[in-house]
Design a protein around this ligand. Structure first.
Ligand SMILES: Nc1nc2c(c(=O)[nH]1)N[C@H]1C(S)=C(S)[C@@H](COP(=O)(O)OP(=O)(O)OC[C@H]3O[C@@H](n4cnc5c(=O)[nH]c(N)nc54)[C@H](O)[C@@H]3O)O[C@H]1N2
Ligand SMILES: Nc1nc2c(c(=O)[nH]1)N[C@H]1C(S)=C(S)[C@@H](COP(=O)(O)OP(=O)(O)OC[C@H]3O[C@@H](n4cnc5c(=O)[nH]c(N)nc54)[C@H](O)[C@@H]3O)O[C@H]1N2
Ligand code: SF4
Ligand SMILES: [Mo]
Length: 740
């Protein structure tokens, strides 16, 4: 008899509900869960890939230690002891700042890492902290922090109710959405059109989303801030600014008006590649639509003016009165969150630039340094040089700029430990690989993504498959490494009890929450003795916005209630949260923070700049997931996907043909890829997907090795960044292309 388990897919941000049928702990089938109130049966082909991942013979299942003759399996107690000893040895010899950590994307999709990643970070006690954030959404987090006072207070488009959606630098028909948790985006976008709404897509490529749109505006990469400023300027010039109920909440309006003067549509149009009348038309349409939302994603972040572009997206939402109203761009009210209602944050100021990176002086944000600095911090000698590294679910050799240099730097480390279940382009450099359980083997809750969902939702996923008796979850490994670094006995259970007590004392007794009058000891007792992230989740649920406040008789959320709702809970449409949610020093929306205003000079200088020539952008593909899942046969079969997309006019000029091969070169590297000629990409722009390049020596991915592709980030230049945030430029990289 088959068992059936209902859970969320954890591969991307859409959180689709899936039904997994198993028999004796083997997956029989995976399909969309029709009864999930949020995804209603929708899944993409990657969900089924979870079966391939579960069964993958290349997946590492026991700790691997590097030896002169190759990888050697060692028992867990020995592996954890060795890791702790070596990290302490490096710290003893070179100081706390010599240890670095890189947290990759799946850490944001893993409950254990979300809860305990910060514990290992604290235990390392180093400022050398890196993550995928700075090759992704960092500019949006800074912009939200400046505008609203909180980095996770990111507005999401109210997709299901809006009349007008402008999407800039996002392709949710393929990515299934980002900083916008919304399963079944293709269906939601079609529904928007069917109810008479308009979808405008601003993208250098006629993407899969652009094909669903009312209008596609091809834009020259990296010029979104100019485009958006021209819209802002038009709104002011044509008297279209209507703050509505936001009026008393906004500070800095006149500064924005003054700044926008230099960016008339006619002045920027040549650089942006969109005609001035088209820019004006979009501005009028947004202002005049009953409701509208402007949404920018990775194309607006991973570029030279990422923070300005991210900020201007919300400036447009504010100026048109669409922020925080139904059908506009709204804030989620999550059921469980480390941030929600934490009023103590309000006075802390902007966590930006409190320290700088050692080699290049790049600013910290939220305690992290930009990923573009990691390689130089390892390979540049001197006081504070990085000698030891922990990676957690990250593959920075493929995912961050100039991967070839990073790969060399990793080899020069004194010690590296990777928490990951594959020997891939990054972990092949480790001295020790500590494998974790696979997604179906651990319980889950989207603590992060449900802060950004387009409806208020909550869903708990139980473990579907029992992990092997000697397998370890991310959280167990994180705590096992943290304890000795904190000078504590390596007793995961004791450390977890201690951490929980700290969290409880912070979470209960806060005025205005359901647990305002709860006694910490009583709360601790109710959370039980079982260590791990589940009881932390229970704490956050019960003390959160919809919580039962530790009163079983009350009609509120607890983990027990959530578990009983096995398909997940819909807690309703988004509701206005301003001004209460604002956490800025002034308590207002700070529309023109000094840091942003100062950066506008840099943008102004770009208006008259000559074109960069041919530039490279990325593209996501439905069956890929960043740099992994390429070892699942069903997801890589078929024609080669890692191809260079070239416009026919460019192909003619360059002498390259569809199906031929081309050499693409940038300041830092060169790769050779097959060519696809198509007018879906605009002239002057070429595109390569990222996350490929599995042909590197030492990678143990047998399926991926047969479809290796090329590492596009060997072309990305670590010197090219959004100066304000330090975020990498991954789109708009100047390249030359020639026949290979
Ligand atoms: N050129 C270019 N570069 C990009 C991007 C782009 O658009 N263009 N996108 C950027 C973005 S948005 C991101 S988020 C980054 C992603 O880049 P990274 O953060 O480096 O992450 P991934 O490439 O997804 O690699 C994930 C790793 O985690 C492992 N893993 C998966 N699940 C788990 C788990 O539960 N536990 C543990 N311990 N390990 C696990 C996988 O085996 C894999 O090694 O790439 C960035 N790089
Ligand atoms: N199938 C699949 N889904 C994924 C992922 C995956 O790897 N594969 N990764 C997940 C992750 S980690 C993330 S962060 C999200 C990202 O989700 P999205 O932000 O939707 O990312 P992309 O699909 O890369 O779409 C970015 C678009 O920006 C365009 N673009 C490039 N440069 C510019 C520019 O300068 N200006 C403008 N306006 N547009 C530009 C590109 O042509 C592309 O169409 O996707 C997630 N979902
Ligand atoms: S869109 Fe695909 S990968 Fe993303 S959560 Fe849904 S099924 Fe998983
Ligand atoms: Mo990402």
């Amino acid at each position: 008899m088959a068992d059936r388990s209902y859970r969320a897919c954890t591969l991307c941000e859409a959180t689709c509900g899936i039904v997994v049928e198993t028999e004796r702990d083997r997956v029989r089938s995976i399909r969309g869960d029709d009864l999930d109130p949020f995804s209603r049966g929708y899944v993409c082909p990657k969900a089924h890939g979870l079966k391939g991942l579960q069964e993958d013979p290349d997946r590492v299942r026991r700790p691997l230690r590097r030896t002169a003759s190759g990888w050697q399996e060692i028992p867990w107690p020995q592996a954890l002891a060795e890791a702790a000893q070596n990290l302490q040895r490096v710290r003893g010899r070179h100081g706390a700042e010599s240890l670095a950590i890189f947290l990759g994307n799946p850490a944001a999709h893993n409950l254990g890492s979300m809860v305990y990643g910060r514990v290992l970070i604290r235990a390392l006690g180093s400022r050398q902290r890196y993550s995928a954030t700075s090759v992704d959404q960092l500019p949006k987090m800074i912009s939200s922090c400046l505008l609203f006072g909180e980095q996770l207070l990111v507005p999401v488009p109210d997709v299901d109710r809006t009349d007008y959606l402008m999407m800039i630098g996002a392709n949710p028909a393929v990515s299934n959405g980002s900083l916008m948790t919304a399963p079944a985006m293709p269906k939601r976008l079609r529904a928007l059109r069917e109810r008479g709404g308009r979808l405008v897509v601003v993208d250098p490529r006629r993407s899969e989303t652009a094909r669903l749109a009312s209008q596609h505006l091809p834009i020259r990469p990296g010029t979104d801030a100019l485009f958006l400023f021209a819209i802002v300027r038009t709104l002011f010039e044509e008297g279209l600014v209507r703050l509505g109920r936001l009026e008393p909440m906004v500070d800095g309006l006149e500064t924005v008006r003054a700044l926008a003067r230099g960016f008339a549509p006619e002045a920027v149009s040549g650089r942006v590649g969109i005609a001035a009348p088209a820019i004006r038309r979009v501005a009028r349409e947004i202002a005049q639509a009953p409701t509208a939302a402007c949404y920018g994603r990775i194309g607006t972040c991973t570029q030279e003016f990422g923070t300005l572009a991210s900020w201007l997206v919300d400036v447009v939402n504010v100026l048109t009165g669409n922020l925080d109203r139904a059908g506009g761009a709204m804030f989620t009210t999550p059921a469980a969150s480390f941030q929600y209602g934490d009023t103590s944050r309000k006075s802390r100021g902007i966590p930006y630039g409190r320290w700088k990176s050692r080699v290049r002086g790049l600013p910290e944000f939220g305690g992290e340094l930009p990923a573009v600095a990691l390689a130089e911090e390892i390979d540049t000698p001197g006081e504070g040089q990085v000698h030891g590294l922990v990676t957690v679910s990250g593959n920075p050799v493929l995912s961050t700029p100039h991967g070839a240099r990073l790969a060399r730097a990793l080899d020069s480390l004194d010690y590296m430990v990777a928490i990951d279940f594959y020997v891939n382009e990054t972990t092949r450099h480790a001295d020790l690989i500590l494998p974790t359980t696979a997604p179906l083997e651990h319980e889950h809750y989207d603590l992060l993504l449900y802060n950004l969902a387009i409806r208020n939702v909550a869903k708990y996923s139980p473990a579907t498959i029992a992990a092997a008796p000697d397998a370890k979850h991310d959280w167990e490994i994180l705590l096992a490494l943290a304890a000795p670094l904190m000078g504590l006995p390596s007793d995961v259970r004791a450390l977890d009890d201690r951490l929980l007590a700290e969290m409880v004392s912070r979470a209960v007794g806060r005025p205005g929450t359901p647990a305002a009058s709860v006694d910490p000891q009583a709360a601790l007792a109710q959370l039980g003795a079982e260590p791990g992230p589940a009881r932390v989740l229970d704490l956050l649920l019960r003390t959160g916005r919809y919580g039962d406040g530790f009163d079983d008789a009350r009609d509120g959320l607890s983990l027990r209630r959530l578990r009983a709702a096995e398909h997940g809970l819909d807690l309703g449409p988004l509701e206005p949260r301003l001004p209460q949610a604002l956490a800025t020093p002034s308590g207002k929306i700070e529309l023109a923070h000094d840091l942003l205003v100062a950066d506008v000079d840099r943008l102004r200088a770009a208006v008259g700049r000559p074109s960069d020539g041919l530039v490279l952008v990325g593209r996501r593909q439905l069956r890929s997931n960043n740099s992994w899942m390429h070892n699942v046969a069903a997801l890589v079969k078929g024609p080669e996907r890692c191809t260079l997309l070239v416009h026919p006019a460019d192909a003619r000029r360059l002498g390259i043909a569809d199906g031929g091969r081309a050499r693409v070169s940038s300041r830092v590297g060169s790769v050779e890829a097959p060519v696809t000629v198509s007018d879906e990409i605009m002239p002057g722009v070429v595109s390569l997907p990222h996350g490929w390049g599995h042909g590197l020596e030492g990678v143990r991915l047998r399926v991926a090795a047969a479809h290796p592709g090329v590492p596009s980030n060997f072309l990305a230049d670590p010197d090219s960044l959004d100066a304000l945030s330090g975020n990498a430029v991954l789109n708009g990289i100047p390249v030359t292309v020639e026949p290979a």
